[in-house]
Design a protein around this ligand. Structure first.
Ligand code: C2E
Ligand code: MG
Ligand code: MG
Length: 274
């Protein structure tokens, strides 16, 4: 009887406690295979200068074209990719693909690529970026790298040294999700950033919260003083866009203006609106 109980307990444990682990293991294998099978893809979301509303660049956003589940956004797999280290080869692929694509766009249009803190820790980013640019024949000035502020909290990553090395290549560096982390102002002064992106949580509230409007205006003023390009992301309505134009926000990006697009449609857009 005791033996039976033991087995039952084990089965319970195995089914309840390990199920999540097994699911993650399965997802990891699926993701690994997806990368090998060419199921990863990039969409590009254009960024517009408010003055004239021309496209000045586009942000590359990774997607997984899952054969059964359809088009999956990064929320479904980025965390796992970071935990397993798969983000390193995936991030390399994103860099290469984005640079190759941008090389087909008019020369004044840049591409932005998101970087994970794990890429800073586990790979020679400078080398990866250099290779991607050379192989695509893309001028370094046409690549912008977006890093979240949290990268700077990670001492082990040697973030400042890597950022300086990347900066030396001639690429642009932008702080993503600005306003959601800590000590942003200090980082902005002492790190080699060219721009910042105001987190979309502020933009979403801009028309209802006087506080958020004040914060956005303060960030725009600060960016101007520090000679940083300021982008508002997550612009979802015409009213938000109008308000941001009046607040002198230089660059905007959001569903209201343009949804993320696959490469072919993006090429058409930059010819038309670039
Ligand atoms: P992010 O860098 O802040 O990218 C912008 C996200 O906001 C994208 O979500 C985009 O689709 C979404 N977005 C754009 N306009 C609007 C809007 O008007 N309203 C709302 N609610 N959302 C909008 P997505 O593609 O799901 O990406 C989520 C995050 O995943 C990104 O946030 C970025 O941190 C990360 N990510 C995406 N691609 C990559 C990648 O290639 N590598 C790494 N390491 N991270 C990536
Ligand atoms: Mg980004
Ligand atoms: Mg962002």
């Amino acid at each position: 009887q005791a033996k039976e109980d033991g087995r039952a307990t084990w089965r319970f444990y195995a089914s309840e406690m390990n199920q999540r682990l097994l699911q993650r293991r399965q997802l990891e294998m699926d993701l690994r295979q997806a990368m090998a099978m060419g199921e990863m893809a990039l969409q590009y979301q254009p960024r517009y200068r408010t003055n004239g509303m021309h496209i000045i660049g586009a942000e590359a956003l990774v997607r997984w074209q899952h054969p059964l589940k359809g088009l999956l956004g990064p929320a479904h797999f980025i965390d796992l990719a970071e935990e397993t280290g798969l983000i390193v080869p995936l991030g390399r692929w994103v860099l290469n693909e984005a640079c190759n694509e941008a090389a087909r766009w008019p020369e004044h249009i840049c591409v932005s690529v998101n970087l994970s803190v794990v890429q800073f820790r586990q790979s020679d980013l400078r080398l990866d970026v250099q290779r991607a640019l050379t192989e695509a024949g893309l001028a370094a000035s046409r690549l912008e790298l977006e890093v979240a502020e949290s990268i700077l909290l990670d001492e082990s990553a040697g973030a400042l040294a890597t950022l300086n090395a990347l900066k030396e290549l001639g690429v642009r560096l932008t702080m993503d999700h600005f306003g959601t982390g800590y000590s942003s102002l200090n980082y902005l002064r002492s790190y080699p950033f060219d721009g910042l992106k105001i987190d979309r949580s502020f933009i979403g509230n801009a028309l209802s919260s006087a506080n958020d409007r004040l914060i956005i205006k303060a960030i725009v003023g600060l960016a101007e003083a520090l000679e940083l390009t300021v982008t508002a992301e997550g612009v979802e309505t015409g009213e938000q866009l109008e308000w941001l134009e009046e607040a002198d926000c230089a660059v905007v990006q959001g569903f209201h203006i343009c949804q993320p697009q696959f490469a072919q449609e993006m090429e058409r857009l930059v010819q038309e609106l670039g």
